[in-house]
Unconditional design. Sequence first.
Lengths: 521, 295
Amino acid sequence: MTNKWIRLMILLGIIVVVSACSSDANSDNDQGNKGEGDKELTIAIDQNFVTLDPQNAGDTVSIFGTRAMYEGLVGFNEHMEIEPVLAEDYQVSDDALTYTFQLRKDVTFHDGEPFNADAVKANYERIIDEDNDLRAKRNLQYVEKLEVINEYEVAFILNQPFSAMLNKFAMVPFISPKALEDDEKDIALHPVGTGPFKFIEWNQGDSLVLEKYNDYWNAANSDAEKVTFKPVPENGSRAAMLKTGEADFIYPVPQQDIKELESNSDVVIEKTPSTIARYVSINTFKEPFNNEKVRKAMNYAVNKDAYIKVVKNGYGNILDSTMSTETQYYTKQEPYEFNLEKAKDLLTEAGYENGFEAEIWGNTSSETLQGMEFIKQQLAEIGIDVTIKSMEEGTLSDEIYTPETPKDAKVQMWYVSWSPSSGDADGATRSLFSSEYFPPNGANTAYYNNSDVNTWIHVANETSNIDEQEEIYANIQSTVYREAPWIFLATDTILSGHRKNLEGVYVLPDGSVSIKNAQFK
Amino acid sequence: MIQTEAITQEQLDKQRQGRLYSFWKEFRKKKPALFSLFFIGFLVIVMIIGPYVVPYDPAAPDYNKLLESPSLQHLFGTDAFGRDILSRLAVGARISLTVSISAVLLGAIVGTVLGLISGYFGKWMDRLIMRICDVLFAFPDLILAIGIVAILGPGLKNVVIAVSFFSIPSFARIVRSATLESKEMLFVEATRSIGASNRRIIWKHIFPETIPTIIVYFTMKVGTAILAAASLSFLGLGAEPSSPDWGAMLSKSRDYIDSAFHLVFFPGLIIFLTVLAFNVLGDGLRDVLDPKTKD
């Protein structure tokens, strides 16, 4: 017997030694990253890049990943206001139909090609080509044609006024025309743009490595020599990377680690209000969710304050409209208060006094799992038995966006968030609530279809009168909120963290990380 | 003739009683094993009456008591939803033990049958079964289980199947060697010469001889199975994340390892203790039951 205990102790000893060795190895690594005068920027984020084709990126992570390498005629500053980037200046005609851009003359692509009107034209042609089926096409859907005025001046002619047009131009980055010509299919794997950083390698799921582009037109902006984006879905590991210095910037910072990180003198935590809306989209095409009373009951059954406390650790606000307070034309609605009696009454009225079974889908991140579990607990109170199905992001996206018709769609509830990357009300409305944007065309995963809303969305796009737009969007918000195609949960507070010696990397209200001004102290 | 038979029967009973008694006398001396037995007995009691005696409803969230450290009210603290961890662990014992014991039981039954057939009949049947076992042995246990669950889909039922699947070959092999040994025994020869059927020989004479080996191995394997089931749940392939399964609890708590240590510590501790108990018990049983170590 004693023999056995000795063996056990030896085993424990070995374990301790082995784990000590591995942590030694880690700290060695950290030293390398932290080294003095070393301008390598490592950014840990919670998701994988889906594509590096800037004109086909739909998710926030892919959009900001490509923004490090690509630029558009205009772009967003820290507060999501439009500023000129590849255009020196621009003019909008009085009838709001002609947008004229004067291009910068000192811009070259990473492969040495000059940026000029021809490059704009080549990109424009790629985007509007139906066969390419690119996401950026939606941004240019009101553009009738492109006119090349001279080598450094272009004009876009619209077929109708569209007030969010400049925001949309900011969402159209330019790819080197030579790269487009050589192997267009490969663009998503080998990006060539004009941005401050050029592509080195992309190991899907592991890292995206960029290096400084020395001929960048605004090279003084950043002194980072090398940038590595690392998708780290595990919350704890991401926080640990910031603590040890393995990462210089992490987003999002897990809420449960905020207090501890704030007391760390090497780390700075930033909190920004966001345009990110958290909700559960309910498939309004399916029974029993096609009944408005059922959907309302679900909204009344969820305690939003508790949600923010439990899932968001207190960092967030109640989502009291279809969009966040940070989005253009936001109008506050009367939130669904937490009222189980009312919820039960509504379910009884709808004929489901005994509840029903339902399925909720979501990705595999720890926060999503916790959110889904919270929804499950809350809906159980009114007899809705929810099964949680968490899927890897790619699979989930396939399951949701592949069905050709609403009938084929299997999704019942989807725990998800939306952030209009262009920061405008149109971006937070059209593709979510217009019946033209059912999957696979758009993100109306609630299959919400209201003819008034459809019309309003069109009218709002066409008018250039700001007051009129504001009124229309107020109508849309109140109608959609009332008909409850979602369980409205919360808007995020953006929590990002960086090492003390890093400046200029920040998260925009839409949840995208901007590194173009990264400076090491 | 009749008389002799009656005496033999009586003697046999006495001998059997004696065997059980001498087993207990031996086993009592193995203190760690005895202690493990008590711990497992305690777990089994918790498993049976746990849901009726726990202080709190393991599924009821309390949003005013999130992530509370251990206190007198909540001995093991509360989790991210304000649920009592002690209650969850007690109710979770049922899931973890049921899954692992039924998985090993399933594996033991199939493995024993295969082992008996293989050892008794020998020849091509032996070779076939043993080669299949070799193939299964070539896979690392957990990887095989993950593969099976990936094919069948997540869920506790499939975890049972996956875990039992990888315990089949070890049982088959161990029973086979015990069978080979007892097949050559005099009493088996005797029974065969009387003309007993193969089924009777295997079932009545060889199988009882292999039971001690099976018991020892079974106990050891339960520990492994608990760990495997917890690992699968940890990876999100087993129990539904909201259920109080030990592995699932551990998995969801890992975000809080810095801020609320008790969330990880208690499920981890209970898994550790349970696995250790089964292993130590198995060790003790082997010392007592295995004739080779006894002599």
